[in-house]
Design a protein around this ligand. Structure first.
Ligand SMILES: [Zn+2]
Length: 280
């Protein structure tokens, strides 16, 4: 029997049994158990792990554990650049694209609003989420740690916050999204690109009062909704602006991030069918 000593750091402690948190503890491992196998058996999805040190050396998930090993497990570091140490996965996904599980519909809409390609369907079974993540190189967003433990999911985020705006902020912090924001380019409902719509073409497709008050319209070619810069748009704009400004000092290209927001194309979020309450 192999016995190893484990110590989990920072927020990874949330996933393990209370008596084991924030201290070293010894644990019997199955023969030939890998580091990943034991970390997940103790409750931590591999997607949440950024660095594993065994006896002080950085190892990959498949590293076999030996009797007497001391295993230290770390989440993403906020303050230290540890890229040269990383062994647990090949590389970050180049362009952040997501697939959200059934409980994160609100977050999916906010991500689309910020311009991040996010697939969501409240009917996706876990197998399909895993297949989509694998085939399309998407980051899985979930509050289900068993889903994140699946072998085919290499990049995922356990979302801690319960409300969509707090969830969005959490992801911005964890994945440094501020520099990549491109607001109001995707349809909130379909995740499809929005394109400008000539004002005259919008006339027959929006309420008369809306047509009189607004000059810029965009449309989605999938659901055919028309959007304009209404009050909902302005509220959402405030949310996105706040996130990019807060995150700017930590982002590699803060000026680019801000410029991107300022120069966002004329788009909008208000639509005769676009509100939650209007949906069938
Ligand atoms: Zn659409």
């Amino acid at each position: 029997m192999v016995t190893a000593t484990f110590r989990f750091y920072e927020e990874l402690n949330d996933f393990i049994a209370r008596p084991l948190r924030r201290r070293a503890f010894t644990c019997e491992c199955a023969r030939n158990a890998s580091a990943k196998h034991m970390i997940e058996a103790l409750g931590v999805p591999h997607t949440e792990v950024e660095l594993i040190l065994v006896n002080g050396e950085s190892v990959g998930f498949d590293h076999p554990l030996a009797d007497g090993d001391r295993v230290a497990v770390y989440p993403k570091f906020e303050c230290f650049d540890v890229r040269s140490l990383l062994r647990v996965r090949d590389a970050p996904l180049r362009e952040p694209r997501f697939v959200a599980d059934a409980h994160l519909g609100g977050l999916a809409q906010l991500l689309r609003l910020a311009g991040f390609d996010t697939l969501y369907d409240n009917g996706y079974p876990d197998d399909e989420i895993e297949a989509i993540a694998l085939n399309e190189g998407r980051i899985v967003l979930s509050r289900d740690r068993e889903l994140l433990k699946r072998r085919g999911i290499t990049h995922g985020c356990y979302v801690r916050a319960l409300r969509p705006h707090a969830q969005l902020r959490e992801l911005f912090d964890r994945l440094d999204l501020a520099a990549s924001v491109r607001p109001f380019r995707l349809c909130l409902m379909c995740n499809a690109p929005l394109r400008p719509l000539a004002r005259e073409a919008a006339r027959a497709r929006v309420p008369e009062g809306v047509f009189d008050r607004h000059s810029r319209f965009v449309t989605c070619d999938v659901c055919r909704r028309v959007f304009w810069e209404g009050s909902h748009w302005k509220r959402m704009r405030t949310v996105i602006d706040a996130l990019t400004k807060t995150a700017a000092p930590h982002s590699p290209q803060p000026e680019a991030a801000n410029k991107c927001v300022q120069c966002a194309p004329p788009t909008d979020l208000e639509s005769p069918h676009g509100h939650e309450e209007d949906r069938p």
